[in-house]
Design a protein around this ligand. Structure first.
Ligand code: MIG
Length: 680
């Protein structure tokens, strides 16, 4: 059951697409109105847990911190941060009477989850036009499923985008791309895509290519495709301001850019220098910008990542000038500047100030950016998805974005931005997975090895052993030290880990499809399945992947393995390349040894883990030959495999039953050859 409560005269954010009955009051919260804000409060019982908020810092249980939903380009994701790149305003209170909340507002919303007072929840809307949805259900999963149905089916990523992908900010030319691709193929390390960062463009001008360093770009795309490697270019939100550059000219002529209050085009600065910002809240702008992706699809491109769409603004000319004037004033003091004056000056050029400087024309309505800020990345990526659908109807493209709002999950995935090569960020990724799933984002992932800071080999190896389970499996890096697997000592260990990914693909894509079609979560906290088990409910470094498999990656340095909590008897499987071992384990706490080249996972009783043979790219995965690891219960095990063509949007879903009774395996699809692996 969902109820909607409307305050003021809100804009349709596009998040909820189901008709929801309207109510005029809410009994879950008390309400306080101030001049500019509306605050909703409720009491928290000692044992209540709070789940959700998608891409945010800290644990799976969000209680005990204050979060600000306001898309922010911040590359230092420490546990004290309040905002990251996205605005995912859905959460649920898990108590005796659980309920979910979706704060549907395009401006800042503050979630104080027991931060100011440990037994109080306060939700502050920094504006007076919004919708508030309350979702009831008996269990967290019931609540999440109703919410997910209300916001619509999640984006379907192509099968190839579940392959391993390599990226780096620093591949400067076509030779770099060939070198990287060549290293993977020569060493038979599986790979499906290489990403192109800023350098493939001509001076960071969107929708161009750099002819000097990437001569004959389409032929490079073709050459790679022949190796079964796709190239995935970055698309930045801002457009270089430059007469004669077609995107700049068309944008100014068509009134497609955000404007100052007086109607002049707003100018900021990002990578290309001075830039305009497409007004993605405007339908005409969306049609125009979305159609531009054809420039790349005509060159053979099938995937994109949209960046800098919070939007990230380094500075604006206007603010920079004010800053320089202020600095000039201080110069008169001859270096004898009061510390506070100095700090104030340093902090003065910031994006927050600029968000109040420019306006959107949302199909006739003039809206100041800060009032609708959280919708920018969503609408950029929506326009890309809609553009791509017009360019090649019915085709699944890879598309993911850095910034997003709930609703964007129908159009694309996300990656979690500029994380760090920190051990704690392996755990952060794990903890973000279920929170993102709750908000509809299923095609997700973090930069393996960390984007900022220098990584060590053991960190990257351990990170891989988590990433083999995550839909978007991409090693990306922007620091000095190379972190491709061939940059370290033990390429063979990395190879074994990546091979495990390809063995898991039938299971992973199946669990992904199930989550898409059943409005389910691919990754669940243990608490959602073992709600009577107090230890399971507090376990935040293990997850359920689907309902049959538990994952527990190692995320600490200098360890041989880790302690794992089993909420029930399970079968531990250690996969490494084409090798595996199985160990039945009893309910309880165990220390398990995990070699650097191995991936541990735990299968529930009565379940089957189907494995493909190793392949060097997704096209080589034979879905008609599956090896089964069975954890039988009274001689019986079962798995329902979801499968489709992985390419087209038209539904081709097959549901295949795989049964194992008394050591004979059967499959409802007679084409599939089954091989029983021993779980002794
Ligand atoms: O200001 O394009 O998060 O993945 O490599 C940095 C360069 C801009 C931020 C993205 C990162 C990407 C980088 N971009």
């Amino acid at each position: 059951m969902i109820r909607k409560y409307t305050f003021g005269n809100p804009l349709d954010t596009g998040a909820v697409i189901q008709n929801v009955p309207e109510v005029s009051s809410l009994n879950e919260f008390s309400k306080t109105e101030t001049e500019k804000e509306v605050i909703f409060s409720c009491k928290l019982n000692e044992k209540d847990k709070i789940y959700g908020l998608g891409e945010t810092v800290r644990g799976i249980n969000k209680r005990g911190w204050i979060y600000e939903s306001y898309a922010t380009d911040d590359g230092i994701h420490t546990e004290t941060k309040k905002s990251l790149y996205c605005a995912h305003n859905f959460f649920l209170i898990g108590s005796d009477k659980p309920f979910g909340v979706f704060a549907d507002a395009p401006f800042k919303v503050i979630f104080d989850f027991g931060y100011t007072k440990s037994d109080e929840l306060n939700m502050t809307f920094c504006g007076k036009d919004f919708k508030l949805y309350i979702i009831e259900g008996n269990t967290p999963m019931e609540i999440i499923k109703s919410f997910r149905k209300a916001i619509g089916q999640s984006y379907l990523a192509p099968f190839w985008s579940f392959g391993f992908m390599q990226s780096r900010w620093g591949y400067k030319n076509a030779e770099d791309i060939r070198r990287v691709a060549g290293a993977f193929r020569r060493n038979a390390v599986p790979l499906d895509a290489v990403f192109l960062d800023l350098d493939y463009m001509d001076g960071c001008r969107v929708f161009t290519t750099n002819e000097k360093d990437f001569p004959n770009f389409p032929s490079l795309v073709r050459e790679m495709k022949e190796e079964n490697i796709r190239l995935v270019p970055i698309v930045d939100a801002a457009v270089k301001k430059e007469e004669g550059y077609f995107v700049s000219d068309e944008g100014t002529a068509g009134n497609y850019f955000c404007k100052y209050e007086d109607g002049a085009d707003y100018i900021g600065c990002v990578w290309p220098g001075l830039t305009y910002f497409p007004d993605f809240l405007n339908k005409d702008t969306r049609n125009w910008f979305g159609a531009k992706y054809k420039i790349y699809t005509d060159m053979g491109i099938e995937g994109f990542w949209n960046d800098m769409n919070e939007p990230s603004i380094f500075y604006s000319q206007k603010k920079l000038m004010e800053f320089l004037d202020a600095a000039e004033e201080l110069r008169k003091k001859d270096g004898d500047v009061d510390s506070w004056e100095f700090f104030k000056l340093r902090e003065d050029v910031n994006t927050l100030w600029d968000y109040k400087e420019f306006y959107h024309n949302a199909d006739g309505k003039k809206l100041r950016h800060d009032r609708v800020h959280n919708l920018y990345g969503f609408n950029m990526t929506k326009c890309a998805a809609e553009g791509l659908e017009k360019i090649q109807p019915g085709k699944r493209f890879l598309l993911f974005s850095r910034s997003s709002y709930i609703g964007m999950h129908r159009y694309a995935g996300i990656w979690t931005g500029d994380n760090q090569s920190w051990w704690s960020h392996i755990l952060l990724e794990l903890q973000q997975l279920p929170s993102l799933n709750m908000c509809g984002f299923l095609y997700i992932g973090s930069d393996i090895g960390g984007f900022n800071s220098n990584a060590t080999e053991d960190l990257v190896l351990r990170w891989f052993a988590l990433a083999v389970f995550v839909p978007l499996m991409r090693n990306h890096n922007g620091s000095d030290r190379d972190q491709e697997c061939f940059s370290f000592q033990h390429l063979n260990w990395f190879k074994k880990l990546i091979q495990v990914r390809y063995r898991l693909l039938p299971y992973l894509y199946s669990e992904y499809l199930k989550a898409v079609y059943n409005a389910d979560m691919m990754f669940k906290p243990l608490a959602f399945l073992f709600s009577d088990d107090e230890i399971a409910c507090e376990t935040e470094d293990q997850l359920m992947l689907g309902s049959d498999l538990m994952i527990a990656p190692v995320y600490r340095q200098n360890t041989q393995g880790r302690t794992v909590y089993l909420p029930e008897d399970m079968l531990m499987i250690l996969l490494s390349g084409d090798q595996y071992t199985c160990t039945p384990m009893k309910q309880g706490l165990h220390y398990v040894n995990v070699p650097m080249h191995s991936v541990p996972m735990f299968l529930r009783k009565g379940s089957i883990l189907p494995l493909a043979d190793i392949a060097e790219h997704t096209g080589g995965v034979n879905q008609n030959k599956l090896s089964l690891i069975c954890c039988t219960e009274q001689g019986h095990a079962f798995y329902e495999l979801y499968r489709d063509d992985g390419v087209s949007k038209t539904e081709s879903l097959e549901k295949i039953e795989i049964n194992n009774k008394n050591n004979t395996a059967e499959c409802s699809d007679k084409e599939i050859k089954l091989l029983l692996l021993s779980s002794e």
